[in-house]
Design a protein around this ligand. Sequence first.
Ligand code: CAO
Length: 439
Amino acid sequence: MQILTIPDIGDYGQIPVIEVLIRAGDAVVVEQPIVTLESDKATMDVPSDRAGTIREVLLKPGDLVSKGTPIARIEFGDVPVVGPVNEIAKPVAVTETGKPVAAPAPAEMPQPVSAPVAVAVAAATSEFAPVVPVAPKGTPAHAGPSVRKLARELGVSLAEVRPSGPKGRALRADVLTHAKTLLAKPAVSAPRDGGDLDLLPWPQVDFSRFGEVERQPLSRLRRISGANLHRNWVRIPHVTNFDQADITELEAFRLALNGKAKPDAARVTLLAFLARAAAAALRAFPQFNVSLDGQDVIRKHYVHVGFAADTPNGLIVPVIRDADTKGVLAIAAEMADLAAAARAGQLKPEQIQGGCFSISSLGGIGGSHFTPIINAPEVAILGVGKAATQPCWDGSAFQPRLQLPLSLSWDHRAVDGAEAGRFLAHLASLLADFRRVLL
Ligand code: CAO
């Protein structure tokens, strides 16, 4: 009988045990994690440096340990020197051929394959590895490395495990309980009712194995917009059409307007023209100004146009009400106010509600076409790229023309491809000659 002790763990001393991974009677193999420690900077597993059967565990969660603190009494047995890490509930000793053995027979003490190590989260080698922080102070990981590894091996998402450990930490037992719950559910070989996507579990990666990382909570806005975008992406059959509009004259007009504007006037942006033109296109193609509600179509007799605004906390879509009745200057001024309120986090609920159609412009940033996600319950969204001067053939010569990339994503349950093609061509024609908006 020998005693397993805490190995050299660098500069750390008197650090708490957060989980004991072995019980009396368990067979362990070399490098199998047996306890998890948590310093103020890192979580680390201490692996066994011997193979054998645990006869008595000498530690419990909460104990403070340093180099040399006894962990357990171990009896050396017929178990592989290095082998598969923990089985689901209770490790079973296996022979070199992989067959389970009823009880480990006493044998000569196997030589440790390596010096005792404290396995830092990022280091899975058998050489001494320094402790590597997994998370900055104050943001502890939600599970120790061995628990994460177990979850990975079982295909269990740690996000779904109900933690019972201190500080909301998921323990090995929690992962196993969750895995058993999943196993108890009836197996679904193929989704029959269409309600189950039958996807693989989300990959569980211990990123700290590849370099230093830190964990931060998503902002509230990003959590909300992310959930909405995900639902819309999964539930709406999106199709995206691409086109471009010749805005050479429109841009000249816009620059002239801004040049003559009073110093305190709101800058007239291309986005304001786009919102006004989109509102006119929605009037011309009312099948894009609808929402689906079960087996019904809700046709709207108003035209409210939203525009995606990039804020420090994430994406938000303020709405210009009755955009079809407003002039471009009024829309530009309203957009400037709404964008400023969005960035300051001061939009009122009614300023982000009631949209019929959205515009997502990346034109001020760059890029050409992209595939915007529809902002449900709307049925279409316009993506706008950066305008660029291109050579265009006028029938006898190439002319330099400013072309604006347009991408229209639409819900194929509400509209068809031919209508989408016509809508986008119409919108491009309005932008090419803005006088058409008045027709
Ligand atoms: N092509 C070329 N240049 C463009 C352009 C386009 N399509 N659109 C804007 N520009 C130019 C503008 O003319 C302006 O230049 P000037 O100052 O010389 O006039 C410059 O780019 C910056 O424009 P802007 O970004 O200040 O103004 P905007 O009206 O284009 O956009 C707003 C306002 C609120 C939409 C924008 O600030 C924003 O948040 N954009 C990001 C939207 C976004 O994140 N969309 C993706 C959603 S999906 O994740």
